[in-house]
Design a binder for this molecule. Sequence first.
Ligand code: ZN
Ligand code: ZN
Length: 373
Amino acid sequence: MHMPDIHAARRARLQEQTAALGADAALITSLVNVRYLTGLASSNAALLLPAAGADGARAGADGDAVLATDSRYAPAAERDCPDLELVIDRFAEPALAALAAARGLAVLGFEEHEMTVERHQALAGRSLTLVPLGRLVEGLRMVKDAGEIALLARACQITSESFEAAVGCIRPGVTERELATALEREMIDRGAEGLAFETIVASGPNGDTPHHAPAGRSFEPGDLITIDCGARYAGYHADMTRTVAIGEPAAWQREIYDLVAAAQRAGLAAVIVGAEVAAVDAASRDLISAAGHGAHFGHGVGHGVGLEIHEAPMIGYGRTGRLAAGVPVTVEPGIYLPGAGGVRIEDTLVVRAGTGAIPGELLTTVTRELLVL
Ligand code: ZN
Ligand code: ZN
């Protein structure tokens, strides 16, 4: 499908859902959701989308959707969103609220998870009835189409190849920051438009902190080094973690590595069509807990990835929902021993109705065997 048609099809689904809520229109203010529905990537935009069949929706075309952005993004909007009515206004959200009121779209659905109290008060002063939309667009975004998966796969390929290139520079004396910088340069050189998130390099005792920010610590013989990295490509976010060793690992290091690796294999095996997300979490977590390390694994087993690095579905204890085919997720169990170090292994894969040890489609490809450097 042609890109504008893909975006129109996404909007049509939201228009149906907005009508089902009883709203006259949806005011989309999450920038990533605006991008998903229009193709416009910007730091200032909003979309007014009349509900299917709403009185204020002009007959016939999809021309009833109105995209507001400021002059910096006007050329991109004109080029990439030819089927949308454009409003160029620095105050995109109030401009669309005024337009909604003027067109008789009195009941306006809004994205309450990203709306501030201050902005809500400003909208409510316009004689509009505001109703929460919930995370409707985030729900639509979960299952990716073939084009999206191709972009995510490219981001993951860049990430895997960059890791394999940068790992060669690991030796005693190199700092966490130097490795992070080398890895980031590899990703950019291989075509990444940017980083999916701040690279994590956690060496030796710093490995006890899952999201340690790389700093001036130099690698030493006997370190485990946890490296969590991802490239961003055409808006899509890769996510991969590997833990490597400098020199032969001690028995306790090999033990927690093997345990995390087994937990990750169990998690990957549990990523099947129809799986409850809590069951995927349990598949990994139960192995770690049974070995006495439950208290050393505090985060969820995984999350969705796409236009955001963390998006629905969240895979964790107490989360609900089922995995559908075409949903990219991560599986990333870890063990973090206070003051000593840690291990995490993470891959990005797409839920598929496949067979074998990993029924899903693995997008990150670096070996999960312990690399001893
Ligand atoms: Zn990660
Ligand atoms: Zn992750």
